[in-house]
Design a protein around this ligand. Structure first.
Ligand SMILES: [Zn+2]
Length: 159
């Protein structure tokens, strides 16, 4: 269940996604939050430079592996504007991170991009549960998902 604390972090993810868009990158933003509520990492997509693996959730998984104990990782939550792709879901699962809360789902995004005429991504939009079945996942969140949709429309349509 998504509570007010979760919504606060998700709003921040959407703001980060908007900042990425305004910086010329794809609109994705994520935050890593410790069990005590401390925001540990904020990141956005950095794929505009040509490396399509520079997703925030992947960077967060690698940061967590380097800086957190296994117990701290399992108790942490990753909030994200868009559900992890399979690469990021796998990284999340491999390093033993905990709950994921996303504003928009991978299936929603795939549908929205298809509507915009964007060619299919080279990686299938599998839900996290199909890649890392032990990870608790919540989302999409009505209202916030529409904000994410608007950002992707702006990115692909320039308005
Ligand atoms: Zn990803």
């Amino acid at each position: 269940m998504v509570d007010d604390t979760d919504l606060t972090h998700l709003h921040r993810c959407v703001a980060l996604a908007r900042a990425a868009l305004e910086a010329g990158d794809e609109p994705f933003g994520s935050v890593l939050v410790a069990a005590d509520g401390t925001v540990l990492v904020e990141d956005t997509n950095h794929v505009a430079g040509g490396d399509a693996t520079r997703h925030p959730e992947f960077a967060i998984a690698r940061w967590a592996a380097e800086h957190l104990s296994p117990a701290e990782r399992a108790a942490a939550t990753v909030y994200t504007s868009g559900e992890h792709c399979p690469m990021c879901a796998a990284a999340h699962g491999w390093v033993g991170l905990g709950r994921i809360v996303h504003a928009a789902s991978a299936a929603q995004l795939a549908g929205w991009l298809a509507e915009l005429g964007v060619p299919p991504a080279p990686v299938r939009p599998l839900p996290v549960r199909d890649v890392a079945p032990g990870v608790p996942v919540e989302g999409p969140v009505p209202g916030l998902d529409e904000e994410v949709r608007a950002l992707h429309r702006r990115y692909h349509r320039g308005g």
